[in-house]
Design a protein. Structure first.
Length: 485
């Protein structure tokens, strides 16, 4: 193995740019690319939703029908970033309108258990010597509940087969189905137990991965600790704690080419840590775009889903006081209707101080990262988070709650040493958030100190390189453990 590239099958339900509903898609494109740069031979396995077969360049292998599973073809393809991909061509399950998980009205497909069991079944079959695939992985890396069955299928398959790594991106999405699904997706009766897929009388595909994978990871070191406790474990804290000896927290990286203020095409003026004086051009462009007065008051921002998890209610509770500091507040996002309505009304009452854009706009998201002075992320929980990393890349100092990946990626400002690149608070309350904002704006009044913190933040390395090395170490450890003798 020392002289050969480590073979890894990376299994995901979505991948940028072919299919994306959230951050998992970005990870599924970026991490395999970083692993390949680190010397691994990685292929990404995806369902061929809708018309995704147009990306195929050839056939790989036929997967026979079995029990309730229809037959499928595995097609070869190449992602735009050069990573080889394998597409599961199974029109009966995947060639539909709407999104990967539901119809065009957002209603989940009623056969999602079978759809993602098929993804897992194919992954497991490709991870054995009898697959017919000319390339056999040594490690199969699974992601979230949609692939949680892979480790179970391998557990009940005779050796030799690939070792399994299972990454939990957000433990609150658990893939819950009726108990009767267990038999329908081909698991033996003994798997429906407290140590298996059973979760309060239901079948949980997420728990399946937690129970049977050879190694578990999640997307930050702090989140790996948090999910072992009731506050953050979402009912899974027992099994997460039980398996803590094979649980690692590895912080996600970001796309440092797309999120680079020196190269970003969405900006009014490019800049870097040595030309921070040009950042003001983006503040002025942002203010102009959102019809805000082009003043020098601090500009606070938030780009987020508008949900309780993200702490938007905390921001709404103190928004009037933020406007009176004085400061400007810019928010971009969508989510719970009551928060969308409250933000719209707030912006109407405070025209010139507060701007709310409901929806998502990629160019505006980039301009906010570059034009704002401060970025707010008061999340109640945050497995990893990416915007706090984007913000630091752009010299926009984040204010974050000390949870999950936010705690692991933002160093709190220390006045004595002038270290840190953001502001961290502990309690998930509006009062604690306001204190953190006031602390940040006190530093903002001293431009030399603020500039030092901006440069501290911009010096941080949030590329995928370090994370990929940690995954490669886990893969090699598992392969060594499985090696004969």
């Amino acid at each position: 193995m020392a002289n050969q590239a480590l073979r890894v099958l990376f299994v995901s339900s979505e991948c940028t740019p072919w299919c994306k509903t959230g951050g998992l898609a970005d990870v599924s494109a970026a991490l395999p690319a970083a692993l390949r740069a680190g010397g691994a031979d990685v292929r990404v396995l995806l369902p061929a939703y809708g018309s995704m077969t147009q990306h195929a360049t050839g056939d790989y292998v036929e997967i026979a029908a079995r029990n309730r599973f229809p037959s499928a073809r595995v097609l070869s393809a190449t992602l735009p970033n050069g990573v080889p991909a394998l597409l599961i061509d199974c029109p009966e399950l995947y060639a539909r309108g709407g999104g990967p998980y539901g119809d065009d009205k957002g209603i989940d497909w009623p056969d999602n258990a079978l759809r993602f069991a098929q993804l897992s079944r194919v992954a497991a079959e490709l991870s054995t010597a009898s697959s017919g695939l000319p390339w056999q992985p040594q490690v199969v890396h699974c992601n979230d509940w949609q692939t949680g069955l892979v480790p179970a299928y391998l557990h009940y398959t005779a050796q030799p087969h690939a070792a399994s790594v299972y990454t939990v991106h957000n433990i609150s999405f658990q893939g819950l189905f009726p108990a009767t699904v267990t038999e329908e997706i081909g698991l033996p009766p003994e798997s429906f137990s407290v140590d298996g897929v059973e979760f309060y009388g239901q079948c949980s595909l997420l728990k399946c991965g937690l129970a049977y994978a050879d190694w578990l990871t999640t997307v930050s070191a702090t989140y790996a600790l948090e999910i072992q406790h009731e506050e953050y474990g979402m009912g899974m804290q027992g099994i997460a704690s039980k398996r803590r000896n094979v649980l690692s927290g590895i912080l996600n990286g970001i796309d440092t080419e797309t999120w680079n203020p020196a190269l970003d095409p969405y900006l009014a003026r490019s800049y870097d840590a040595h030309t921070l004086e040009f950042k003001i051009k983006n503040k002025r462009a942002l203010q102009a775009r959102l019809a805000l007065p082009q003043t020098d008051v601090p500009l606070l921002s938030m780009v987020s889903r508008l949900t309780d998890q993200k702490g938007i209610d905390l921001v709404l509770e103190i928004a009037e006081r933020i406007a009176a500091l004085p400061a400007q507040l810019v928010i971009l996002g969508s989510g719970m209707p009551q928060y969308e309505a409250q933000l719209t009304q707030l912006a109407q009452r405070h025209h010139g101080r507060i701007s709310a854009t409901i929806g998502f706009d990629e160019s505006l998201a980039h301009l906010i990262e570059a034009g704002a002075d401060v970025f707010l992320m008061p999340s109640r929980y945050e497995p990893c988070g990416m915007n706090q990393m984007y913000s630091q890349r752009y010299g926009t100092l984040p204010i974050v709650r000390a949870t999950g990946g936010l705690a692991d990626s933002v160093e709190d400002y220390d006045a004595a040493s002038m270290s840190g690149g953001g502001f961290v608070f502990q309690e998930a309350t509006a009062a604690a958030l306001l204190v953190a904002i006031e602390r940040a704006l006190a530093v903002y009044k001293t431009p030399a100190r603020w500039r030092t913190l901006q440069r501290n933040a911009m010096a941080r390395d949030f590329s995928w390189d370090a994370s990929a090395l940690q995954y490669l170490q886990i893969y090699r450890q598992l392969c060594k453990a499985q090696a004969p003798g």
